[in-house]
Design a protein around this ligand. Structure first.
Ligand code: GLN
Length: 515
């Protein structure tokens, strides 16, 4: 039952062949059995989930109107606020943060009669591509537990692959929905900037962040996006345009579908097995009637450099609020004051005037210690990078320059979409790597995002769908490979159709790991 698609399960729920309590219990059992090894979840509250499922079942039995998700469990990345439930962002800084309100997406999920099954693990503040940066524990890849699930929405993707939830919500600032979807063999959609409200999403880089659906199939992702998307007066960046009924048009055929293959996507660094699977996927589309054209995104080679200026710059500003005063973790004040007094005493004894002049005030020391203890190393790296890129004398050279290149990247896409309907290529340059393999080398980790960051910089939509498995010759066990499809802004409707078309012609999306 757990390997079935959400759409399929919903059909049984709606005719009461299956109850939400039974279904929720089955996923909770699966979590109990396997999450000890996969570690996808940071928090699960079985009693609350079952009570909610029962309430939905009762309402259905009484013939009351049902929301679109009618009793389906949904997992939520722990960067999205859930009222009364811990929301840690994978950080010690927010270890005990219990939001007093629901994010708009959570509100919508509740209104659609979803059962919130748990909060999923992630890289701290969504900074990372492997979920190794979580302050709590590392999530493993259900296909090979010595490997990473991708990140930062690693828990969100792994819980789907391990059949611990039928639907999952992720966030994507530079690839964090698409890359873990690729690594875990599931479907993940990054909507257009503005498509989904971010009210109640803890901000990483506000001009790039988007919330999006993750699921087993494009059809399930369409169902979930229908619930998530739409204008929200509480998020001034959310677009005031109607949300199409994505599930309705999924099987509509394309007339003269044109796909673009980006020549810059097939350069050095691309794993041969990933390349072969992507080229095979291209053939599948051709056999379904698509024409394929070679195109160029000439500025995409600056994508990583541009992203790793803009994202940390925005992060350094967004994360300034975690200072131990407004909210979040606070260092042990008594100990801090005692240390400060001891330092002052010793400086006074040495009559060190300069030392005394430079000594922190209590407030500055509180900020300093709180931030030193509350943030992990990658978050600190980003804050330093961003602060540097924005500082007087360097802002023109780095930050403003990056904004100009960002504009060029968007223009490349605009030109490409004059010629083709969609751009297809690899989601990530390689299959899932070993835990620890890249964690000591930030640059190698940043290169994971080679093919994904440009969609965020341009604000367009992108999806990753399973398109193959490695042979296992070099990797030990077969590992998932993801195909990325990118679309014009607000073209999710057709993007999901193109993904569904592929999934009707292939069965990669039905493969599940042997747990
Ligand atoms: N891996 C990228 C980073 O570390 C993307 C993260 C994300 O999309 N949240 O910034």
């Amino acid at each position: 039952m757990l390997a079935r698609s959400a759409t399929d399960l919903l059909r049984d729920l709606s005719v009461r062949k299956l109850s939400s309590v039974e279904l929720t219990q089955a996923y909770l059992d699966q979590i109990k059995l396997y999450d000890g090894q996969v570690k996808a979840f940071l928090h699960v509250d079985p009693a609350a989930a079952l009570a909610r499922a029962k309430e939905i079942d009762d309402r259905r039995a009484a013939g009351k109107p049902m929301g679109k998700l009618g009793g389906l469990p949904v997992a939520i990345k722990d960067v999205i606020c859930t009222k009364g439930q811990k929301t840690t962002c994978g950080s010690k800084m927010l270890e005990n943060f219990v939001p007093p309100y629901d994010a708009t997406v959570v509100k919508r999920l509740k209104e659609a009669d979803a059962v919130l099954i748990g909060k999923t693990n992630m890289d701290e503040f969504a900074m990372g591509g492997s979920t190794e940066n979580s302050a709590f524990f590392k999530t493993t890849n259900p296909w090979d537990k010595s490997r990473v699930p991708g990140g930062s929405s690693g828990g969100a993707a792994a819980c789907l692959a391990a059949s611990m939830a039928p639907l999952s919500i992720g966030t994507d600032t530079g690839g964090s929905i698409r890359q873990p979807a690729a690594f875990c063999g599931v479907t993940g959609l990054k909507p257009t900037y503005g498509r989904v409200s971010r009210y109640g999403l803890v901000a990483f880089a506000s001009s790039l962040d988007q919330i999006g659906p993750m699921a087993a199939t494009a059809e399930d992702a369409a169902l979930l996006l229908e619930v998530l998307a739409g204008h929200d007066p509480l998020d001034s960046t959310s677009a005031n345009i109607p949300t199409p009924e994505y599930t309705k048009s999924l099987s509509q055929p394309f007339q003269g579908l044109k796909l673009g293959l980006v020549k810059e996507h097939f350069g050095p660094g691309l794993d041969p097995e990933v390349e072969a699977a992507v080229r095979e996927a291209v053939k599948v589309y051709q056999s379904l009637g698509a024409t394929v054209k070679d195109i160029s995104l000439p500025h995409s080679k600056y994508g990583i450099a541009t992203y790793y200026i803009i994202a940390p710059s925005e992060a350094s500003s967004n994360l300034a609020r975690y200072d131990g005063v407004h909210y979040g973790y606070r260092t042990d004040e008594k100990q801090m004051l005692a240390e400060l007094a001891a330092e002052r005493k010793s400086l006074e004894a040495k009559q060190d005037e300069k030392g005394l002049k430079n000594l922190d005030t209590a407030l500055i020391r509180l900020y300093r210690k709180t931030r030193a203890e509350g943030f992990g190393p990658e978050v600190k790296r980003r804050i330093m990078l961003g602060t540097y890129a924005l500082s007087a004398g360097y802002a023109d050279k780095y930050y403003l320059q990056a904004l100009k290149v960002r504009r060029l990247i968007r223009s490349d896409y605009d030109a490409a979409f004059q010629e083709v309907d969609f751009i297809i290529g690899p989601t990530a340059p390689n299959p899932p790597f070993k835990i620890g393999e890249k964690s000591g080398d930030p640059l190698a980790m940043y290169l994971e995002d080679l093919y994904t960051v440009t969609a965020n910089l341009a604000g367009i939509a992108g999806i990753s769908i399973p398109c193959g498995l490695t042979s296992g010759k070099t990797t030990g066990s077969p590992l998932p490979i993801g195909l990325q499809i990118q679309a014009r802004p607000f073209d999710e409707d057709r993007l999901l159709r193109a993904a569904a078309m592929f999934q009707r012609g292939t069965d990669w999306h039905t493969k599940r790991p042997n747990l």
